[in-house]
Design a protein around this ligand. Structure first.
Ligand code: SAH
Length: 563
């Protein structure tokens, strides 16, 4: 819950806007501010105070205990100009909250935690449990001192400015060993525990068996990703409660699925009871991985048979490939999601000119693998190979990365052992359409005139089909130095089915500093003015120029009647 506190009329108005926007996440604290702040501090995970920072500092100072448990606090000034992350920037989520409140109120978020200011991710914000001297290692990262990364378990991490060796270390490990001085240990969610239990098995017995198994094998419970069992045990209270106490989800699989998993220790008892010769080992291994602890029975209570089993598996680490569209060029047409993915990746793969377009957004330590025009296949293969090594990779393309770009060659290479995320981008046809007016208001296609990878006969057949079907056409890759006859030819084919006066929009470098556009007609377009930085949109037989804009009617009846 986010507690909202204000003192003045202006503060109350801003407070109401936040409360109205997030009705389920916020609670308004009325009454004298001192009391209100103290109550909210005790009851909420986060506070937004529409008060001066000084007032809030004085009120919360006696209440602050520990940055792991204190709420995150954001202050918004009387003018609503700034949303200041005051306390709990990372652990309390105040930095993020300041950003969200800022967006809502049109206020500038003010974030002063050092790691965010210089673009180094906070070690406590990576989404993994972390142990050890976080403060010292963070400071070393910020000061540019050499910090080594030792990944015992390869896991997709955001970029960290690390050196091959150093006095400080970031270890990525699911092993129990305590961090040494000058070390932090990140705990990736790499372990799965398969559990079996007889009906009515007490939670303490189930839990003790899991904890003993992990401890005896030298594994950290903080790396536990999930418990797994058979469908028939989905509601077994001892298992459900054990997962809840461990703070991990319980996933279940059908007996058939588990019966198909090869395990070292099958037995007859579960086969008779639930229809699979193994529950613990099979449920842990069903998604692959390395069996670290084979089936282990619980100690059982005095004189009683063991009621629980478990087995521990280290999951194969899955790299992450984000295929990110950068939009047509302008920074504000790059989506926030694309920006997040660029900052989350430790490896960036792309064409050199696109890398330049977003270089300033990358976090220090990002490994950049750039190549020139024509190296598409190599880029696709590199991106997939890096993800398969367990890295977080972003493969970038201009516009939308799936439109005449890198997504398909990359996914043609990719196997199912990596996670793939696509981030859509504003493709050139849309960027151009918005500049021209509304040329794509009815059915439309894109056709690339590049015959580098596609035989001209196929391109021509598609142009002809679009011409016959009276569809608006946007030509990508319309013309280059070595390819000058294709565009006139394509326009001539369209001209067989459309009037010479059909509107044609030509947009060069949409949304880039040297953007230009013009509206002409099929008869008047001078192909020599078109190059590779251009898209050409040809209207259908209903497209009109209206007040200097290109408009393809949507075809509503009322519009036709009005004509
Ligand atoms: N993935 C890109 C397209 C790559 S093909 C996208 O979705 O936009 C390259 C062609 O796209 C260029 O030859 C040009 O025709 C077009 N193009 C890309 N960006 C453009 C822009 N900003 N303005 C005009 N045309 C553009």
């Amino acid at each position: 819950m986010i507690g909202l506190i204000s003192a003045t009329a202006a503060g109350a108005r801003a407070r109401e806007r936040v409360a109205a926007a997030w009705p389920d996440r916020t609670r308004v604290y009325d009454g004298p501010v001192g009391d209100a702040v103290r109550r909210a501090f005790a009851e909420c995970e986060q506070l937004v105070c529409f008060l001066a920072t000084g007032a809030v500092v004085r009120l919360v100072a006696p209440l602050l205990a520990d940055k792991a448990s204190d709420p995150g606090i954001v202050c918004v000034d009387e003018g609503g100009r700034f949303a200041v992350s005051l306390v709990g920037g990372h652990g309390g989520g105040a930095n993020e909250l300041a950003g969200a409140v800022g967006e809502l109120l049109g206020a500038q978020p003010v974030v002063t935690t050092a790691t965010d200011a210089v673009g180094v991710p906070g070690l406590d914000t990576l989404g993994f449990p972390v142990e050890g001297d976080v403060a010292a290692v963070s400071r070393a990262l910020l000061d540019g001192e050499p910090v080594a990364l030792e990944a015992e378990v390869p896991w997709p991490l955001p970029p960290l400015p690390v050196a091959p060796a150093g006095q400080y270390t970031i270890r990525v490990s699911d092993r129990l060993a305590e961090p040494t001085a000058h070390e932090v240990v990140l705990r990736p969610p790499s372990l799965v525990v398969g559990v079996g239990a007889s009906k009515g098995a007490p939670v303490d017995e189930v839990l003790a068996n899991i904890e003993d198994a992990l401890r005896d094998a030298g594994l950290s419970a903080k790396s536990l990703a999930e418990l797994a069992t058979v469908d028939a045990k989905a509601d077994e209270p001892g298992i459900v409660e054990a997962a809840a106490r461990l703070g991990v989800p319980l996933v279940t699989y059908s007996a058939e699925e588990l019966a198909a998993v090869a395990v070292p220790n099958p037995s007859d008892a579960p086969l008779a009871a639930v229809g699979t010769p193994s529950v613990a080992e099979a449920a842990a291994l069903v998604r692959g991985g390395e069996l670290l602890v084979p089936k282990r029975k619980s100690a059982g209570r005095a004189g009683q048979p063991a009621m629980a089993t478990c087995a521990v598996v280290r999951r194969p680490s899955r790299g992450r490939l984000a295929v990110v569209g950068l939009g047509p060029g302008a920074r504000d047409l790059l989506t926030p999601r694309a920006k997040d993915e660029l900052r989350r990746a430790s490896v960036l793969v792309g064409l050199d000119q696109y890398v330049d377009q977003i270089r300033d957004l990358l976090r220090p330590g990002t490994r950049i693998l750039q190549s020139g025009l024509g190296a598409e296949e190599e880029r696709a293969r590199t991106a997939v190979a890096e993800a398969r090594l367990g890295h977080a990779v972003a493969l970038i393309g201009s516009g939308d990365a799936g439109v005449y770009a890198m997504a398909s060659p990359a996914l043609a290479e990719a196997s199912d052992d990596i996670d793939v995320v696509g981030v859509p981008g504003v493709t050139a046809a849309l960027a151009a359409g918005a500049i021209l007016g509304a040329p794509l208001g009815h059915d439309h296609v894109s056709i690339s005139l590049s015959d580098l990878h596609t035989p001209w006969e196929i391109i021509e057949r598609r142009v002809r089909a679009a011409a016959e079907a009276d569809i608006v056409v946007t030509f990508y890759n319309p013309r280059s130095r070595g390819r000058d006859w294709q565009l006139p030819k394509a326009l001539a084919i369209l001209g067989e089915h459309r009037e010479p006066a059909t509107p044609v929009g030509v947009v060069r470098n949409a949304s880039r500093p040297d953007e230009s556009s013009r509206l002409t007609t099929l008869a008047e377009l001078d192909a020599a003015t078109v190059d590779m930085m251009t898209v050409v949109t040809v209207g259908n037989t209903a497209t009109r120029e209206i007040a200097g804009r290109m408009v393809t009617p949507r075809g509503y009846r009322w519009q036709e009647e009005a004509r």
